[in-house]
Write a protein that binds this ligand. Sequence first.
Ligand code: 8YV
Length: 325
Amino acid sequence: MKTKIILTRRLPDTVETRMRELFNATLNESDQPFSEMQLVEAVKTADVLVPTVTDDLNASVIEQSGPQLRLIASFGTGVDHIDLKAARKKGITVTNTPGVLSEDTADVAMALILAVPRRIVQGDTKIRSGQWDGWSPTGMLGHRINGKRLGIIGMGSIGQAIARRAKAFGMSIHYHNRKAVHPSTEADLEATYWETVEQMLPRVDIISVNCPSTPATHHLLNAERLSLLPSHSYLVNTGRGDVIDELALLDLLKEKKIAGAGLDVYEHEPVVTSALIDLPNVVLLPHIGSATIEGRHAMGEKVIINIQTFFDGHTPPDRVVPAML
Ligand code: 8YV
């Protein structure tokens, strides 16, 4: 008998086809995110649930799962949409898909690091709206990237991939992480470690948020900490929206206490604080950090390997719960 897996969203055709070959896979042809009721229904019947960031697998949903649910093989790296404690309590294994989307996400972060200070989107809008009347020495002036300090919050594989790019653009790398990275990595990146965000924020020109969303990082950048940023600084977030207090960020931008922001993630996706849309010095992307065809295939491949390994009786390579020792 094939293992029964339920996919909560559409995945690339090749991934879905392979899943159908290997498993008894129920697809979501409509691609409509599941309601809480549909999620409960799914955890009551599936051996494996394959959710994404758009599924709120809170404690109540997980507690209602049937005894047949043994694995939540999430399609994505962040696992903040899953109540891990509830899963652990129920003896459900949780896996994710780390590593394969780091370079893509770093590309989008770098794109925002360039786009906001150099006013790339404003320039495009100027032409499309017929408002460009030619070059002028003082037209569309932005700020130089070369020689600036980039502060990275969260120096995991995505943070490091951003650091490598930023270094090549002539930036100097600063970072805050729970602990310092390996000395050889730090030396390669010529990076400076700060034990606290409070130490780092006032000293950087651009800040990039790349830590996971956990209870400890929720609103890590609250009004008080955001106020430590210099008024000429820019903020970029390709991590998780709730690491920043979005309303506090809006106030900061409106009061011109920072120079601009580039956001790919939001506190209450898909809702975006509407007043952000009116600000010209803000670039808003629809959570596309990992949105490449190559990346999605690699993520699907990881999900398949995690499921297959688990049911072969081995430890899946990307096990999050129970935590690897
Ligand atoms: C994914 C992401 O597209 O993997 C993550 O953590 O943020 C995204 O880039 C999404 O989570 C897929 O579930």
